[in-house]
Design a protein. Structure first.
Length: 134
């Protein structure tokens, strides 16, 4: 029984020593683990950056849509303002023509009044002379 225990002890020690030798010869896992962690971090960073890139592209597209909408609204307002200006100019021209017509009528009326006044003055002078002679 002692021989069995001794053999068992030798086998266990040999296995232990061989395991220690293999472990001593094995490369240090720290650099590999560190590289793996760095890759995971880079992978997460890349995923985050891709998501942010997608979000920014969407915002840029929306901004482009907004710019187009603003351009359309500006063009529409410009047309409305031009139509309003045209209408105002037409109104001013109509008023100017009406004022010119009124001025012409007033001048004609003044001429007629002058003629009437001159005729009345002539008749009055004639009446004065007629009564002055009698």
């Amino acid at each position: 029984m002692i021989d069995a225990l001794t053999n068992r002890s030798k086998v266990a020690e040999t296995a232990f020593l061989s395991l220690c030798k293999l472990l001593a010869e094995a490369p240090d896992p720290y650099p590999i683990l560190e590289a793996t962690v760095a890759e995971l971090v880079n992978s997460e960073e890349a995923t985050r950056l891709a998501e942010e890139n997608t979000r920014l592209r969407t915002q840029l597209e929306k901004a482009g849509d907004i710019n187009e909408l603003v351009k359309e609204r500006v063009a529409q307002k410009e047309k409305e303002m031009m139509a309003l200006i045209d209408e105002k100019e037409r109104n001013w021209q109509e008023k100017e023509q009406e004022y010119q017509r009124q001025i012409t009528e007033s001048r004609d009326m003044v001429k007629e009044l002058k003629v009437t006044q001159e005729a009345a003055s002539a008749r009055l002078s004639a009446q004065d002379q007629k009564f002055g002679q009698s």
